[in-house]
Design a protein around this ligand. Sequence first.
Ligand SMILES: [Fe+2]
Ligand SMILES: [Fe+2]
Length: 157
Amino acid sequence: MSDAIENCAIERIIATLCADHVRLKHMFDRHQEELVGGRYELSHEFLLQFQRLLADHVTVEEQQILDRAMPRTSTRVNANLYRAEHRQMGVMVEQIERMFVEASSTPLTRRKMIDLIDAERPLKGMLEHHCHREETVLFPAIAGFAASPAGEPTYAI
Ligand SMILES: [Fe+2]
Ligand SMILES: [Fe+2]
């Protein structure tokens, strides 16, 4: 693949990943909104959609950005940090999903809603911080590399 085509492909991948971040936030917000509205089934469905999108998103990020594009840059971005947070968020969302299934065996009370929302706070915070760091550090480093004919990053890290 020529450098120009490769660079164009990387830019498209980054644009899709940024759009995923917006969709992930929207799905998680909808999940919590339906939960506090007492619509447990719908809330659970949004959580499952969120979980699927997060898994697909992480696969693309790790394969196309961290494995393929990043080794071609001279950036000092710590890929292991991103991978570790991906694993951690995957575990957190699995735990939350299990809590939801367990909670469904008895009526959904206000207390239970509050407990579920509280339990989700660490995942919500990590997701927000992680996406922000990707958009302000990781992706600009990769895009800077892709935009440079010499193959050197144009962003200071
Ligand atoms: Fe990520
Ligand atoms: Fe991401």
